[in-house]
Design a protein around this ligand. Structure first.
Ligand SMILES: Nc1ncnc2c1ncn2[C@@H]1O[C@H](COP(=O)(O)OP(=O)(O)OP(=O)(O)O)[C@@H](O)[C@H]1O
Ligand SMILES: [Mg+2]
Length: 372
């Protein structure tokens, strides 16, 4: 290769074929060869550059640094990018600066040392990188602001709500005096609506906490069967109202996991609550199985509406409801599954859904062997 560059002309035709601007300098830093791409990039004619110092192509403020680096390179010449980790700039004849990326390779022609530099204008790439960087910071700040706002407002909303629930309770207990049947009926509606609102606010607060990384997972030895029974018992009345059976099948031997009890309970409550909510007839089943490899799967199965394949991706997103029409039949805000999946990730478990539209769905929580 060195010999191919033996004559300036042969070298030139090789350089012309390169996609990048190419400049060859001698050991004093004088330009001995340049290609047309370099002429275009720097805005000079070839004749203006040949024999000139290569520093003329570096912005004046960086020239000293460049000389220093060039000396360093001459002591240890090898093929490498120039100024790794540094932002490099070139300067055009008209004085404008631009970002460049340069790779250097030493060449020897008839015993003389030269350096060939391939120079690429990376202004566009830099601009995109910067825009991306700015966007990321902007997003992070917006996210933090959102989390702070949600946490703040949820707290403010909970305080008066607790007063509403508390005083409705004392009225219903008839502590201040007797109630007519109609007053009692209306107060029960106030009570259940306020409780619903409270659980909604708690969900939003949980999401905000999880997303800002403020949720603490406390692991303890948990008998999984206990949690399954607590969940099914607390939802039995709800299922009976809709004439749905809840079938629970768990292994006879206690299955113990080292996990966060509250998170586990909340996930299963959300899944079972959905199963009841989105099922008009049939049953809801909670099946727990321990696999040979040690993981435990808890499946919540229903014979309800089912989920279309194309809707599956939206299920776990915050505030997503598959029936988002204004006439939707179901209460809720679309946070249950999002929260459940986040909690599952936090405890090292995974949450999957299988469903046949019109037939029913199965949501399975898989708790890995090391936690089980
Ligand atoms: N078992 C299920 N069968 C059919 N559709 C379901 C089932 N579970 C969830 N979905 C669909 O997924 C959507 C999101 O569920 P998710 O639990 O996140 O929210 P939600 O139940 O609407 O409200 P929230 O749980 O916050 O009160 C639901 O609106 C519903 O359309
Ligand atoms: Mg739900």
């Amino acid at each position: 290769m060195d010999e191919a560059l033996g004559t300036p002309l042969a070298g030139l035709s090789l350089l012309e074929a390169a996609p990048d601007a190419m400049i060859v300098t001698d050991h004093r830093g004088q330009i001995v060869l340049i290609n047309a791409q370099a002429e275009r990039l720097f805005g000079y004619a070839r004749t203006e550059l040949l024999g000139q110092k290569v520093e003329n192509l570096v912005p004046p403020r960086l020239r000293e640094q460049h000389l220093h680096h060039r000396d360093g390179y001459q002591h240890a010449p090898r093929v490498r990018p120039m100024g790794a980790g540094l932002d490099l700039y070139g300067v055009r004849k008209d004085g404008t600066e631009f970002s460049v990326e340069i790779s250097l390779s030493p060449i020897t022609i008839r015993g003389e040392r030269y350096v060939s530099s391939a120079i690429r204008d990376i202004t566009a790439r830099k601009r995109i990188e910067k825009a991306l960087h700015d966007k990321n910071i902007e997003l992070r700040n917006a996210n933090l602001a959102k989390d702070r706002f949600l946490a703040g407002i949820s707290h403010e909303l909970r305080t008066p709500l607790n007063a509403i629930i508390g005083f409705t309770g004392t009225l219903l207990m008839k502590l201040p005096g007797p109630l007519t049947d109609e007053q009692e009926r209306q107060l029960l509606i106030v009570d259940s609506s306020a409780r619903h609102l409270l659980s909604l606010i708690n969900d939003i607060l949980d999401v905000a906490k999880i997303e800002s990384g403020k949720v603490n997972i406390t692991r303890e030895q948990v008998v999984l069967q206990d949690v399954v029974h607590e969940v099914s018992n607390s939802l039995r009345a709800l299922a009976e109202e809709k004439h749905l059976r809840i079938d629970v099948a768990v292994p006879a031997e206690p299955v113990i996991a080292n996990t966060d009890r509250r998170a586990l309970q909340q996930i299963l409550l959300n899944l079972a609550n959905n199963a009841i909510k989105y099922t008009e007839q049939g049953s809801v089943a909670i099946d727990m199985q321990k696999a040979c490899d040690g993981h435990t799967a808890i499946a919540v199965r229903d014979t309800g509406l089912g989920i279309r394949d194309e809707d599956r991706v939206r299920l776990f997103q915050a505030f997503e409801q598959l029936d988002a029409s204004s006439t939707r039949r179901f209460q809720g805000v679309g946070l249950g599954l999002h929260l459940s999946q986040q909690l599952a990730t936090l405890i090292g478990a995974s949450l999957d859904c299988e469903s046949t539209y019109g037939r029913g769905s199965t949501f399975t929580l898989t708790i890995p062997a090391d936690a089980a």
